[in-house]
Design a protein around this ligand. Structure first.
Ligand SMILES: CC(=O)CC(=O)SCCNC(=O)CCNC(=O)[C@H](O)C(C)(C)COP(=O)(O)OP(=O)(O)OC[C@H]1O[C@@H](n2cnc3c(N)ncnc32)[C@H](O)[C@@H]1OP(=O)(O)O
Length: 421
């Protein structure tokens, strides 16, 4: 059975989750569903060093040893990538230094990101229980393609969306793009009552694939850290009784740090994208994260009120953070005094999918939803050991990208099981 807003009323999971979720506020944007998709190549981190050195015909023992170290310290265990033996067989020039290969790279990337975004969107719409015909707006995020018409149109066509769907594309926003996309989707949803906004993110590292060089140590960090994939979310206000709101989105802020433009520096060249990553990035984030979070938290009604027990403090919040790298997460934990378990969803996403740029925040939020579901389905709620991380209603969704840009949203986890704590 399908309701007026195209939502499948028979989705049992929706019904069950909806019955137990916290009440959404009227007129506030909520994430109604999440989805993901990955390319076919699953890369086990233990095999990265041999495979990458072989594929790029590199025999430098020092580079090999450094990559082996980085592959361990990034904490990544598995990732998915578009690049494959078949692609390298068809385009051997991609593994050589200094050849003009941008055309080949874009041919591969443009196709791959649309395919992954389509699959993630379909998975998300299925989880939502609605129909593609009910999608009024499309927000598409990618730093992995360049063409016009842009990937937003290609995705709309692949999904069979109405030609009247209102499209926005956020290009080259890097790792902060997923949260920027949520911010834009929230604005659209709240200004157009009844809207159902589809957000899709899609990224591949094909444009940056190249042999290692002692002159570019940051390339090795990328080889050990970055992954490909796509993510999606449906965002709208005033969920129907048949929809299952996951997160409610409150204040959404963006800030750039003047003078740090070169810290994450990506340039399109004839050889592909040249991506330079400053070693100082974790320190810069550490130095600036707290003032940004404080500004976001001030929007919370309890935080705005006078001091008191209801004051929103870091330990009473959830933290959905883009896992740029373990050093960034560890420095954030230290600066904010976060308990080790607070960034669990971020560390799991990094372990399973690597840093997949704008997509990764979707995987972090999915981990949190899954954790809530598992807690809810546990037959006998286990008593929480003292000091254990508990589910929190309020929290921050955060990401960092080129600029350096901070993106953040103060949010409510509507699936949090507060009574179980
Ligand atoms: C794409 C976007 O828009 C946004 C993003 O998310 S960009 C990606 C953001 N992520 C990062 O910048 C990674 C942050 N760094 C880390 O997490 C950690 O430093 C790491 C996992 C990469 C390595 O951790 P580690 O091995 O414990 O120690 P660390 O000392 O930091 O680094 C090990 C080696 O890598 C080098 N290294 C680390 N970061 C580097 C960088 N950005 N460029 C060049 N070299 C780097 C170090 O100099 C060191 O080299 P030596 O061993 O030869 O001295």
């Amino acid at each position: 059975m399908v309701s007026a807003r195209g939502v499948d009323t028979t989705t049992a999971a929706n019904k069950q989750q909806q019955a137990t979720c916290l009440a959404p506020n009227p007129g506030k944007a909520t994430i109604l569903a999440l989805g993901h998709a990955f390319p076919q190549q699953l890369v086990m981190q233990d095999y990265v060093v041999e495979g990458f050195m072989r594929n790029t015909n590199c025999n430098d023992p020092e580079l090999k040893e450094k990559l082996a170290r980085l592959c361990k310290t990034t904490t990544v265990k598995t990732r998915y990538v578009v690049m494959s033996d078949e692609i390298l067989k068809s385009y051997p020039e991609l593994a050589q230094e200094g050849l003009p290969t941008m055309k080949q790279r874009l041919d591969i990337s443009n196709k791959a990101v649309t395919q992954m975004a389509t699959e993630a969107s379909l998975a998300c719409v299925k989880a939502w229980g609605g129909d593609l015909s009910a999608i009024t707006h499309l927000v598409y995020v990618s730093s992995s393609e360049a063409r016009f018409p842009g990937g937003d149109l290609h995705l709309a066509r692949a999904l069979g969306l109405s030609p009247d769907v209102r499209r926005v594309m956020l290009a080259f926003t890097g790792c902060s793009g997923g949260v920027a996309g949520l911010r834009v989707a929230k604005g659209l949803a709240e200004s157009c009552p009844g809207a159902r906004v589809l957000l899709a993110t899609s990224e591949t590292t094909v444009a940056g694939f190249r042999p290692p060089s002692p002159d570019r140590p940051y390339d090795l960090v990328g080889v050990a850290l970055f992954g490909d994939g796509a993510g999606a979310a449906v965002v709208g206000t005033d969920p129907t009784p048949l929809e299952c709101p996951l997160f409610e989105l409150h204040s959404a802020l963006q800030r750039f740090l003047p003078g740090t433009e070169k810290t994450i520096d990506g340039r399109l060249t004839e050889e592909g994208i040249k991506f330079q990553l400053g070693r100082e990035l974790p320190h810069i984030i550490e130095a600036h994260v707290e003032s940004f979070c404080q500004k976001l938290i001030k929007e919370h009604p309890a935080a705005a009120a006078a001091e008191g027990d209801n004051m929103l403090t870091y330990d009473k919040m959830f933290w959905a953070v883009h896992p740029g790298g373990p050093a960034i997460l560890t420095k954030m934990e230290g600066r904010l005094g976060l308990d080790g378990g607070k960034l669990r969803a971020s560390r799991s996403a990094l372990r399973d999918f690597g840093n997949a740029s704008s997509n990764t925040i979707v995987y972090v939020l999915e981990n949190m939803v899954e954790e809530s579901r598992q807690r809810a389905e546990a037959p006998e709620p286990e008593p929480e050991p003292e000091g254990a991380d508990q589910e929190c209603e309020w929290g921050l969704i955060l990401a960092f990208g080129p600029g350096i840009t901070f993106e953040g949203i103060l949010a409510r986890n509507l699936q949090a099981r507060l009574g179980a704590n």
